[in-house]
Design a protein around this ligand. Sequence first.
Ligand SMILES: C[S@@+](CC[C@H](N)C(=O)[O-])C[C@H]1O[C@@H](n2cnc3c(N)ncnc32)[C@H](O)[C@@H]1O
Length: 254
Amino acid sequence: MTQTTINRYGAIASEIYDIDKPDFALPDTRFHLARFESFGRPILEPACGSGRTLIPFLKAGHDMAGFDPSPDMLDRCRTRCAEEGFAPELAQARYEDFGFSRTFGAVLVPVGSFTLIDDFAVAMDVLRRFHAALEPGGVLVIDLQGLGFLASNSIDRRRWTAPSGDLLTCEGTRSVTDWFRQRAESVYRYERWRDGRLIETEIDIMAQRFWGLDEFRMALEAAGFCSVSVVGNYDRSRGLRGSDRTWTFEALRA
Ligand SMILES: C[S@@+](CC[C@H](N)C(=O)[O-])C[C@H]1O[C@@H](n2cnc3c(N)ncnc32)[C@H](O)[C@@H]1O
């Protein structure tokens, strides 16, 4: 298997992403917008995808930059930004190799995209790269799906009708659960059907590494961050619960 087939977000997957997750359909965007209200410093969104987070932040007046390795996701992001009258700095890059000529007041990685780094040592390097990308006093905010996701191996089978009338389907099946490396792989098959005929198929491997709560706290500290805090399920009004599906970590570059 070549590296390029992993977490690829190709054309059908990207089209589905935008149909399945319109802006503000998930609770993360309002939560992060509230966190960064009146922030006034530039924000970098790694793995910005098609702009589901980046564009509401631009509309709220933030100075945003983003990167993503998927040409399909990035094209969608550029087109959507242009339609809204924005031209943010967007780069085709990976967590492992991104580089900008300026530093940022914040790095924001919403909706669990950090779990797409499926190796511990690589993830530690990326946290150090985030640290270096921040101005002194800058803040890192990362949403993570909890370790419990490693145990879930139900089949993900869904379908959508695209605005063009095409039927888009996806079927994701867990193929690897590696408890030693806290890593899971699922094989995703995406299909495009038109007038009852299958006209396009994409196979993508989704590989993720899931983190323990204290493990990620310690990882942030080992990468040089301080003042680590965690919120469960985007709800600041209460403490963490064992049933929380999402943890939002916040940490400072001193
Ligand atoms: C779940 S989407 C999130 C998109 C966007 N951040 C949002 O809030 O909707 C995950 C994104 O991670 C990107 N991705 C996958 N592997 C990556 C890597 N190694 N480095 C950076 N981004 C990656 C994908 O191309 C995809 O756009």
